[in-house]
Ligand binder design. Sequence first.
Ligand code: SF4
Length: 119
Amino acid sequence: MTKREMVCVSCPIGCAVTVELDDNNEVVSVKGNTCPRGDKYARQECTHPERMLTSTVKLEGGKLPVISVKSASPIPKEMLFEAMKEINKVTLKAPVKIGDIVIKDILGTGVDIIATNES
Ligand code: SF4
């Protein structure tokens, strides 16, 4: 049995959560969360961690040489590095609107990369 300590990042309160894992890395218990979202976060963090991705993409013809982007929802943590490589290959042309899809279904995750600013 092992214990993992983590901070739930599902809301600004940031509860300290303790997860007990058995020898097969299966979650046995989650303690310290003060709402169900913390339980869900802790279980996912132990089995299939995901993160939101935020970055910038090169932009031609805009007010600035780059524009900010983010993943529309979290993507698997282990894919963040490859996703950044894909994002770095892209050059957009102005005009770009907030919410425009920059990369659809990045790396087959089902998650789009979208613009978070306008050019
Ligand atoms: S457990 Fe609930 S209250 Fe605590 S940080 Fe997570 S979402 Fe917020």
